[in-house]
Design a protein around this ligand. Structure first.
Ligand SMILES: *Cc1c(COP(=O)(O)O)cnc(C)c1O
Length: 467
């Protein structure tokens, strides 16, 4: 029988390994990487996803790509500023520079004058305290969830204004056999952070119990007061950053909880989610660090890579005794950030450039001009389009602006093109919102659309008369 299935003729591994381009790639790429790329192309051909003739070219093209990792830089044309799937906050130029500078050997734990060991993270801490004078001390850990775990674990049962409280069994607090205790929190604040990670489950890993008080829509000060026993470890206030409860609602302010916490010598922890230093008139519902501390939180917790516009990190700011207690807890070592994060946090906080804040407060006249120009050059239509803060907070707050509308099929082609452009797909349309696109990149989006149109027209050329 004649063999007509071309998939039987997929090039063999030894043949592919011997290709000159593949041999040359071996100078820089590991053998494991090369073999994996070869095997993926063979598998794709076997599955009929690529023609057999494309196996070798596919491998060569992947090996010659100059990106050092599989992470592809993306132009975010969705209008969603803190886009979780696109890595949340894009770093500012100073932060990128700081990361590059810190990438080699760096004096992260050495005083270059004395040659002696120095405290890690001092620069980041000082920058945070300058940006937030209401805080007496600050600590940077891996992410917001880590900061929250650490804070509730380290502060439970702690009288942060003095020594340890006595244990519930009457033993001296120092023994802390009862340390787990109960964390009092409003039912309306029991959030799922994302992708199935729920606050109660996270808290359970600390051994503490959540003591839920109030109702989903309404919680009163008395609900907290009734729940406090000698088992109570702390009062926790969590910002509902990814949803909104509207209508018949009531929540207890930090300042009211402060009085209660003082009556019972309990620590008060506020997880704010996003990291605004001060109130932002655009986002009236979003809490800020300065106000939360002024209202009486012992510590506040925020993420570094939401509205703060920095790298992934969890920041703890507040009273120095509380922050020090957290910093000295053994778990803090397991949540320690690397030098790259410390460098990026410091540069983000100490400089004015901030792509997240710029996208949020974008000049609308300029955004409109850019959108109209894009529409004209790619034969699209300008439509009204609301951007969003995204995973960083302010749910339901629209950021009015515009987008260029194209047929839906553009979206997939733009995503898989070079540069990769992620547009919004909505109701069968591809919407390109320039809010989060640096203006200098507009032309690359125009070119990318032009190339897709060029292929559509069958002339394979960029710059047909229509464009
Ligand atoms: C985002 C968020 C967290 C988790 O922070 P990460 O930095 O993602 O770990 C915790 N609490 C709240 C209220 C949040 O919004």
């Amino acid at each position: 029988m004649v063999d007509t299935d071309p998939r039987r003729h997929i090039p063999r591994t030894d043949h592919l390994l011997a290709l000159p381009e593949v041999v040359a790639a071996g100078e820089s790429r590991s053998q494991a990487t090369i073999k994996a790329i070869i095997s993926e192309a063979q598998t794709a051909a076997r599955a009929g996803e690529i023609p057999v003739a494309e196996v070798a070219p596919t491998i060569i093209s992947r090996l010659s790509s100059d990106s050092a990792s599989s992470l592809t830089p993306v132009l975010n044309a969705t209008g969603i500023i803190v886009h979780t799937n696109l890595g949340r906050a894009p770093l500012s130029e100073p932060a990128r520079q700081a990361v590059a500078d810190a990438a080699g050997y760096v004096d992260v734990e050495m005083d270059l004058v004395s040659g002696k060991r120095s405290k890690r993270g001092t620069g980041a801490t000082q920058a945070l305290l300058r940006a937030c004078p209401e805080a007496e001390d600050a600590l940077v850990v891996n992410n917001g969830a880590a900061a929250l775990l650490l804070a509730v674990t380290a502060l439970r049962g702690a009288d942060v204004s003095g020594g340890n409280r006595a244990g519930s069994d009457g033993s001296a607090g120092g023994g802390r056999t009862d340390a787990a205790g109960e964390i009092v929190i409003s039912r309306g604040e029991l959030i799922e952070i994302g992708a199935g990670f729920r606050l109660p489950d996270l808290m359970a890993t600390t051994g503490s119990q959540l003591r839920e008080v109030g109702m989903t829509n309404r919680t009163h000060l008395d609900d907290y007061a009734q729940a406090i026993t000698d088992q109570t470890a702390s009062l926790l206030k969590v910002h509902t950053s990814n949803f909104r409860v509207e209508g018949f609602t009531a929540a207890v302010e930090i300042s009211q909880l402060r009085e209660l916490a003082d009556e019972h010598d309990l620590p008060l922890i506020a997880d704010l989610g996003s990291g605004l230093f001060e109130p932002d008139p655009y986002l009236p519902e979003e809490p800020d660090i300065a106000s939360a501390l002024a209202a009486g939180a012992d510590v506040v917790i925020v993420s570094g890579d939401k509205l703060l516009g920095g790298p992934q990190a969890g920041l703890v700011l507040g009273r120095s005794d509380a922050v020090q207690r957290i910093a000295k807890h053994p778990l803090a070592r397991a949540m320690r950030t690397d030098k790259l994060t410390l460098a990026a946090i410091e540069a983000t906080v100490a400089n004015t450039e901030n792509p997240v804040q710029e996208a949020l407060h974008i000049n609308l006249d300029r955004l409109k001009e850019r959108t109209e120009r894009l529409a004209e050059l790619v034969s699209g239509v300008v439509v009204a389009h609301d951007g969003r803060v995204g995973g960083g907070g302010a749910p339901g707050v629209p950021l009015p602006g515009w987008a260029v509308e194209l047929p839906e099929y553009f979206a997939a082609k733009l995503r898989t093109g070079d540069p990769a452009v992620v547009a919004r797909v909505h109701q069968g349309r591809c919407l390109i919102d320039l809010r989060c696109v640096p203006e200098a990149e507009d032309q690359r989006i125009i070119d990318a659309i032009a190339r897709i149109r060029g292929v559509d027209l069958g002339d394979g050329e960029v710059g047909s008369s229509e464009l």
